[in-house]
Design a protein around this ligand. Structure first.
Ligand code: GLA
Length: 391
């Protein structure tokens, strides 16, 4: 798939700009295996980069301008790097504009670029197509202008772009895994200090993504509300658990002891985050012992917690998860990403994948009248340069 996409984008570039690109960069989408809504609580996440990716073919320019062609949309955009503003007309360009601005704000000296963008990460499905575009853009400039940037720094610049330029108040998970993902591994990321550990993916089970095709319409407002509720919980718990800075610092036992200080809703939100952090750590332990069944059980528990305590699921997602959990050979299933639509992630015995596809698609159609797109994914590397000979 990588080779086909690289070849296609190479030829798009030649058609559009009349010469060959100097390089092609690939940045993957991501799926989060477990650890949902924990990143902005300074907690733990366990995502993997996937084999769907955003590609940018590019050549440098010397006139301080960036010219971009979005091949999938058949749209172009152009801007001066010394005066970058948000584009109302081309919203997709804001990820690129914001990233070019963030690089300069961090003190990096750059010039312009010609770029063609194309992606196999579905947009709006909760698989981080925007993080892939931000990180790919940053990496193009890093390579062109020999910028000394660590992966962690690139991820933070991409997150800052999202937070302050695009206007989405996300955590660090997506940009981090898109930058630092490792083939055949998930990453256990500590979102407080950004330390991370590579966790080998089980070989006997496949990671299957089911796209519900439900647009995540409520996602932005509910996301900000959940963040505020978590911060409120910390404020209320501070007097009784001195020194806490985030829900990451609270254990289940402490929450049980002091939960009466919180309103019913805030207690539910806190209970999800606290238990989810514990589930991530237990998941890594289960995987290290080869206990896939236990990992699957933790995924199911994560979904129940997201549905009942964090209230970020919707009936269609619950139907998709329930359909998956019923298939024999499915270890576990849960919604992945912010919620309110998007995708589920399931861990399925490699021998049961075909049965899973048929049974889940049929059950989802029967209960919602909608078709799901189902695909098996493999943990992929984070952002990288593609060798010219594969283009
Ligand atoms: C979105 C955000 C992430 C994370 C997840 C929920 O994907 O971009 O930072 O908060 O939701 O786990």
């Amino acid at each position: 798939m990588v080779i086909i996409d690289a070849a296609r984008i190479h030829s798009h570039f030649v058609t559009h700009f009349g010469h060959a690109p100097q390089l092609i960069v690939r940045a993957p989408g991501r799926v989060n295996l477990i650890g949902e809504h924990t990143d902005y609580n300074a907690g733990f996440v366990l995502p993997a980069a996937i084999d769907r990716a955003t590609f940018i073919a590019a050549s440098p320019r010397t006139d301080r301008r960036v010219c971009v062609f979005a091949a999938d949309l058949n749209e172009s955009d152009e801007f001066a790097i010394d005066q970058i503003e948000r584009s109302g007309l081309r919203p997709w360009s804001n990820y690129i504009r914001g990233m070019v601005r963030a690089l300069q704000a961090a003190g990096h000296v750059i010039d312009g670029a010609d770029m063609v963008v194309s992606s196999s990460v579905p947009r709006g499905a909760g698989l981080s197509s925007s993080a892939a575009l931000e990180v790919a853009t940053g990496y193009v400039f890093q390579l062109f202008y020999n910028l000394n940037i660590l992966g962690e720094e690139l991820a933070l610049m991409a997150q800052a772009t999202e937070n302050t330029f695009v206007g989405v108040n996300c955590g660090i998970m997506d940009q981090f895994i898109v930058t630092l993902g490792k083939a055949n591994h998930a990453l256990l990321i500590d979102c407080r200090d950004l330390s991370y550990q590579e966790v080998p993916m089980p070989t006997k089970a496949a990671v299957v993504i089911c796209d519900s095709h439900i647009e995540r319409s409520l996602a932005a407002s509910a996301y900000n509300q959940r963040r505020a509720e978590c911060e409120h919980a910390v404020e209320l718990l501070k007097p009784v658990i001195p020194g806490i800075k985030a829900l990451r610092d609270v254990s289940s036992t402490q929450l049980e002891q002091h939960g009466h200080l919180l309103s019913a809703v805030v207690l539910q939100r806190a209970r999800h985050v606290v238990s989810e952090n514990e589930r991530v750590i237990a998941s890594v332990q289960a995987l290290s012992q080869g206990d896939i069944a236990e990992f699957g059980r933790l995924m199911n528990a994560s979904h129940a917690s997201l549905r009942d305590d964090y209230a970020v699921s919707i009936p269609e997602m619950d139907a998709l998860v329930a359909a998956a959990q019923r298939v024999s050979g499915c270890y576990g299933s849960r919604l992945t990403g912010a919620g309110f639509g998007g995708c589920t992630v399931s861990l399925v015995d490699t021998d049961a994948v075909e049965r899973f596809r048929h049974e889940v698609a049929a059950a989802y159609l029967a209960s919602t009248g909608k078709s799901a797109t189902i695909y098996v994914t493999h943990a992929a590397d984070g952002v990288s340069r593609i060798r010219p000979d594969s283009a």
